[in-house]
Design a protein around this ligand. Structure first.
Ligand code: T4K
Length: 370
């Protein structure tokens, strides 16, 4: 039993029998992609579940970022965080835009709004913050800056499925928000993603852009891409949507157990819930102060690994250190002291809906005993 592998996450899988029934229906319909029945049903169901007016499904969580920037004609420079998955910055680069990295806040790992203004230049056209680990950015402060300088805000909300602030979906902040439905996320469609927008006109434009730019059978209005979700994954998504509340609650219980066991361990820091926020517990990052804790983050990471417990160092290395980006002036570690330190301190502990008490005891024992 000691050798059972514990991974950082485990996919939320619908019942195979239920999925087979929907597959049979898709086979009967003979309509397997291109805005089919299940695609439309999933868009409707997601609008309802997420409490948002318009959702456009995508084939992963990277293409909605790229498409949102294209749809809003963003150019020049975009302010973003280095503490994220590399897809965030890649989406900016893919549009021929220069990413400008701004440091993060230690209390959330999100873009520090107090440092944004200093990074704005005449070429700045947008801000792309990330709700890192599903923790809400300071959307009010970010919006105030955007309004002052006439900038667009596109939230990379890949981690923020189902997160509400004071009863309102976090996905309603900014001009648009993107989601990832990758297998490793709280809610998944195997691969998949979405763009959330405020109005029907934008939804229509996005739907054109994810279908090569086609507006009808013969008209192409823009150089769009192919990023359509197929019927199988849409049907899978409808089934997993029914399970996601229970999965979030199971994750919540895991967070409670970790906090109980790890609070008070010297040199170890983690996040508590934020007031007024419905969290989704997508990740459980801990931060190691090596001097106080008595061993480094990497030493702990490999000790866990020896015991077949696979935490992940999300988000190390920082995006700004990758070869494509490290030459940018804003990528200098001196410009990003908080992100640079936290990338050296973080381990995301296993966090998913299937962790047992025994799994949690095994993980906690290694961390407490070192
Ligand atoms: N923006 C942000 C902020 C993001 O975090 C991401 C993706 C994106 C944008 C882009 O969205 P997508 O285009 O990916 O939809 C994973 C995911 O591939 C990636 O989606 C995610 N962020 C990132 C944070 O994590 P890896 O390379 O760490 O995944 P991998 O394959 O090592 O899986 C991690 C663990 O999950 C495995 O050890 C075991 C478990 N696992 C994984 C898969 C794929 C399973 O149990 N079953 C599975 O099928 O990147």
């Amino acid at each position: 039993m000691e050798n059972k592998q514990i991974t950082v996450t485990s996919p939320l899988l619908p019942d195979l029998g239920d999925f087979n029934e929907l597959l049979k229906d898709i086979w009967d319909r003979k309509w397997i992609t291109n805005n089919g029945y299940y695609h439309k049903e999933l868009e409707k169901a997601l609008c309802e579940y997420l409490k948002v007016p318009f959702v456009s499904l995508f084939t992963n969580g990277t293409l909605p970022l790229i498409t949102a920037l294209q749809a809003m004609h963003i150019s020049g420079e975009v302010i973003t965080t280095p503490f994220s998955f590399v897809a965030t910055t890649h989406s900016i680069w893919w549009n021929g835009i220069r990413p400008v990295f701004v440091d993060i806040e230690p209390g959330t790992c999100n873009l520090d709004p107090d440092k944004i203004e200093a990074a704005i230049t005449p070429r700045t056209t947008a801000i792309m913050p990330v709700h890192c680990y599903g923790k809400p950015c300071d959307t009010e402060k970010i919006q105030a800056i955007a309004d002052k300088y006439g900038l667009k805000v596109i939230y990379d909300a890949a981690h923020a499925f189902g997160v509400d602030v004071n009863g309102k979906s976090l996905l309603t902040a900014g001009d648009m928000s993107t989601l990832s439905f990758h297998a490793t996320k709280v809610y998944n469609t195997i691969e998949g993603g979405a763009l959330v927008m405020h109005d029907e006109k934008t939804k229509k434009r996005i739907d054109f852009l994810k279908n090569f730019g086609f507006a009808g059978e013969t008209e192409v209005v823009a150089p769009g891409i192919n990023s359509k979700m197929d019927e199988m994954r849409s049907a899978y998504g409808l089934l997993s949507l029914k399970m996601v509340d229970d999965a979030i609650e199971a994750r919540h219980q895991v967070a409670i157990r970790y906090r109980e066991a790890l609070r008070g361990v010297p040199g170890l820091r983690f996040f508590d819930d934020m007031p007024g926020v419905r969290h989704n517990y997508s990740y459980f990052p801990i931060f190691i102060n090596a001097e106080e804790y008595g061993c480094t983050r990497d030493e702990l990471y490999f000790k866990l690994k020896e015991k077949n417990i696979l935490g992940r160092r999300y988000f190390y290395p920082l995006i700004s250190t990758f070869s494509t980006y490290r030459g940018l002036p804003s990528a200098s570690p001196a410009n990003l002291p908080v992100a640079t330190r936290l990338a050296e301190e973080v381990i995301c502990l296993p966090m998913h809906h299937e962790l047992s008490e025994e799994d949690l005891n095994r993980i906690i024992e290694v961390i407490v005993e070192k």
